[in-house]
Ligand binder design. Structure first.
Ligand SMILES: CC(C)(COP(=O)(O)OP(=O)(O)OC[C@H]1O[C@@H](n2cnc3c(N)ncnc32)[C@H](O)[C@@H]1OP(=O)(O)O)[C@@H](O)C(=O)NCCC(=O)NCCS
Length: 165
């Protein structure tokens, strides 16, 4: 991680890591599909540990799931202090990529061969995550429908905000 990647606090900018992860996800998805791929969605990006200038960052990726045109790429990010040898797992996240055909439309990608128990677990977990995301969207919509002015005022009573309108 070179100095120009740093933020004002002297640590590596989260956006730099995201951009690198996006490229890694593209590489994995395009290799699996043999096609040009686009990023559709990124799940659970939590930067739990800062990455320092000079750290050697490794990103391990695997194609965890395939649908028709979509692929979920799991990426594990590891930062190593090369002097001390200490290794930190900074985050794991999941990119959903879609393969596009010559007509620029989503195209069918090859099935995923699950070679071992880990592959099976990752595939199943991706299905769970997909379902949870769908449930979350539906619950959010249902919650928003239930919002009246009174409910909103009550909800914000103990929050750290000032309503000016
Ligand atoms: C990705 C894109 C082609 C999907 O187009 P679409 O008309 O919604 O096509 P579909 O409904 O057939 O969806 C295609 C696949 O994307 C998946 N998908 C769509 N929206 C999604 C989302 N928010 N999260 C996860 N997957 C999603 C669908 O489930 C489907 O998967 P499947 O083929 O495996 O079943 C379109 O949204 C797009 O081009 N987005 C811009 C991508 C881009 O430019 N990214 C760079 C960042 S700017």
């Amino acid at each position: 991680m070179i100095p120009s990647y740093a933020n004002f606090g002297g640590k590596i900018h989260g956006g730099i890591l995201l951009s690198l992860m996006d490229k890694v996800a593209f590489a994995a998805a395009s290799k699996h599909s043999g096609a040009y791929c686009v990023t559709v969605s990124v799940d659970t990006v939590d930067f739990l540990q800062p990455v320092a200038v000079g750290d050697l960052v490794s990103m391990k990726a695997s194609v965890n799931y395939v649908g028709n045109s979509s692929m979920v790429i799991g990426i594990k990010v590891i930062a190593e202090d090369v002097k001390s040898g200490s290794v930190t797992h900074t985050n794991t996240c999941y990119f959903t990529m879609v393969a596009k055909g010559e007509d620029d439309k989503p195209m069918k990608v090859p099935k995923l061969i699950l070679e071992n128990k880990t592959d099976v677990r990752r595939f199943v977990e991706a299905i769970f995550r997909k379902k949870l995301k769908k449930d979350h969207v539906e619950k959010m919509e249902a919650m928003k429908k239930g919002w009246g002015k009174e409910e909103m005022s009550k909800l914000l009573e103990n929050e750290r905000c000032i309503i000016q309108s």
